[in-house]
Design a protein around this ligand. Structure first.
Ligand code: 5GP
Length: 267
């Protein structure tokens, strides 16, 4: 697998061709931007933190029946993906009112939205990503009614899976943005799902654990991202059999060896 020329460069990621047909490389850069690029910085390790969380989430979704563009990680910031023809829609799923819907509509921040609210924006920075409705999406030829139905159904499925994943780590999934693309006749989840595209709150403290820390200067952005990567990806580590602390302590106290690796914790 060889990386070839640059195909596209966005605000935080670059996409390269490869020598394999139908496969691209997404590089997660250390650039961070907010407010349509009005605020910009370069923060060390940001690319690899977002790449790690995205890869983890894509694999979790695949295991649960969601088709994604993810193929494999090549290194901590480069992801090999299936080439898609991207649909210029930003599909946002909201479980709690925050951000633009609080600014634009009479919602009180923190209000639970049950059932979740799907908002679809037109991905066009020059127009400031205006909100669309189903008729506009079809009239603009962005997606067919059948595709739109599939996109919304998949977005709600992804939401249910992510709410569960985050809740296990004491995190509220407030909202997130996803993008889809066509690969042949199939619609795949593309782009990324990371701290840049999700709004995450600590369940206990309500502290922001996402790009809002950068947007609103709420603290050390990379320290927050680093902690969130560990919290989110810890779910997988937890599944490995580990000795129960009390059992391990008792064995140690008795001067015995702790249980053998790989058998500890098994009944
Ligand atoms: P809001 O509409 O409140 O600004 O954003 C809703 C959610 O979608 C937030 O989690 C936000 O991070 C995400 N989001 C909205 N627009 C964009 C975008 O252009 N890029 C990224 N990465 N995320 C976005």
């Amino acid at each position: 697998m060889k990386q070839k020329g640059l195909l596209y460069t966005g605000k935080a990621k670059s996409v390269f061709r490869t020598d394999v047909k139908g496969q691209l490389i997404v590089e997660f850069r250390d650039d961070i931007t907010a407010f349509d690029g009005g605020k910009k910085d370069r923060l060390k390790n940001k690319g690899s933190y977002n790449a790690e969380v995205s890869a983890f989430i894509f694999q979790y979704l695949e295991k649960n029946g969601v088709k994604t563009h993810f193929l494999q990680m090549l290194d901590p910031r480069r992801m090999l993906v299936r080439e898609l023809s991207m649909i210029p829609l930003e599909v946002i799923v909201r479980n709690v009112a925050a951000g633009s819907i609080v600014r634009n509509y009479p919602f009180k921040e923190g209000t639970k939205l049950n059932p979740p609210v799907i908002v679809i924006d037109y991905k066009d920075d020059s127009r400031h990503d205006p909100m669309l409705n189903d008729d506009l999406i079809v009239a603009l030829g962005l997606a067919t009614p059948t595709e739109l139905e599939a996109v919304k159904k998949t977005a709600l499925k992804i939401n249910a899976l992510l709410v569960k994943l985050m809740a296990a780590q004491g995190i509220t999934l407030v909202d997130f943005k996803i993008e889809f693309g066509r690969g042949g006749r199939t619609i795949y989840l593309g782009d990324e799902i990371s701290m840049d595209s999700m709004r995450l709150w600590d369940k206990k403290t309500k502290e922001s654990l996402d790009k809002d820390v950068y947007r609103f200067d709420r603290g050390d952005v990379m320290a927050t991202y680093n902690r969130v990567v560990k919290r989110i990806t810890k779910t997988a580590a937890r599944k490995k059999p580990v000795a129960k602390p009390r059992v391990a302590a008792k064995l140690k106290a008795a001067g015995k060896k702790t249980a053998k690796k790989g058998t500890a914790g098994k009944k």
